[in-house]
Design a protein around this ligand. Structure first.
Ligand code: ZN
Length: 223
C-alpha cells in the first residue's frame, strides 16, 4: 500500500463522499464480496444497476403502502422487533446492526452514541444515523419476505458437476439495494454508505481514511 501523504480532514472526506454515485459504492462493496472472483465485470455492472433500481423501486412501493410514515413507524407496522445492544464485534469488526428473520433487528447503541457525540460530524448526519441504519435493515426485512425480489432471486452458479449445480445468493446485491432503499425511504440526498465510513471513523480514523481513499480511487477510475 502507498503511504498516506496528507491525511484528508473529515469535512473534506464527507464533501467528496457525498458526490460518489451509487454505482461506485456498488463496485466498492463488490470488491469485498467473497464471490467477486466468480462474477465477470460485465455481470457485476449489470448486478449493480439492477440492485440500485431494486432498492429505489422497493422504497417507492413501501412509501406508497405506508404513506407519510417514518422508518420507525413502518417497522412497527411490520411488527419488526427492535433489540438494543451496547456493542458487538465479530473478530475485530464492529457490528452496527443485524437483521434476524423473521422479524427482529439487533441495533447497537454504542456506535450510534459515538456518532451522535462526535462534534466534528455535521449535525444533519448525527440526527439521521439511527433512521438510516434502520432503513437499511428494513430493506433486509422486506427482501426476506419476498422470494420474487431481485436480490433474493438472483443467484450465481458456483460449480457444476454432471447434473449437480450449486447456486448462491450474492450478498452484495442486497447490500447495494439496502443502501439505496434507505436513502430513498429517509429522503436524504447523500449516499447512505457514507455513514458506514463515519461509523468506522469514530472507532478508527486510519481505517476510515483507507476506506475513503479506496472509494475515491474507484470514483476517479469510473470518471
Ligand atoms: Zn445489510
Amino acid at each position: 500500500m502507498q503511504p498516506i501523504l496528507s491525511k484528508p480532514d473529515l469535512s473534506e472526506m464527507i464533501f467528496n463522499l457525498e458526490q460518489v454515485p451509487d454505482e461506485v459504492w456498488g463496485e466498492y462493496l463488490f470488491a469485498r464480496d467473497i464471490l467477486t472472483e466468480k462474477i465477470s465485470e460485465e455481470q457485476k455492472r449489470q448486478m449493480i444497476a439492477a440492485s440500485v433500481r431494486c432498492g429505489y423501486e422497493t422504497a417507492e412501493k413501501i412509501k406508497k403502502q405506508y404513506s407519510g410514515m417514518g422508518v420507525k413507524e413502518i417497522l412497527d407496522a411490520e411488527s419488526v422487533h427492535l433489540v438494543h445492544q451496547e456493542e458487538e464485534r465479530i473478530g475485530n469488526r464492529i457490528l452496527f446492526a443485524l437483521y434476524q428473520s423473521p422479524g427482529a433487528i439487533m441495533l447497537m447503541d454504542g456506535p450510534i452514541e459515538r456518532i451522535k457525540n462526535e462534534e466534528q460530524i455535521p449535525q444533519e448526519f448525527r440526527d439521521k444515523i439511527s433512521d438510516l441504519i434502520l432503513g437499511h435493515e428494513l430493506y433486509h426485512h422486506i427482501e426476506c419476505h419476498d422470494t420474487e425480489i431481485y436480490t433474493q432471486k438472483t443467484r450465481i452458479s458456483l460449480w457444476k458437476f454432471l447434473f449437480y449445480e450449486h447456486k448462491s445468493n450474492v450478498r452484495t446485491t442486497s447490500e447495494i439495494a439496502a443502501m439505496c432503499f434507505s436513502r430513498a425511504i429517509n429522503e436524504v440526498d447523500y449516499p447512505t454508505f457514507l455513514l458506514d465510513i463515519l461509523l468506522i471513523y469514530v472507532y478508527d480514523k486510519n481505517q476510515a481514511i483507507e476506506m475513503y481513499q479506496e472509494v475515491m480511487a474507484l470514483n476517479d477510475n469510473s470518471a
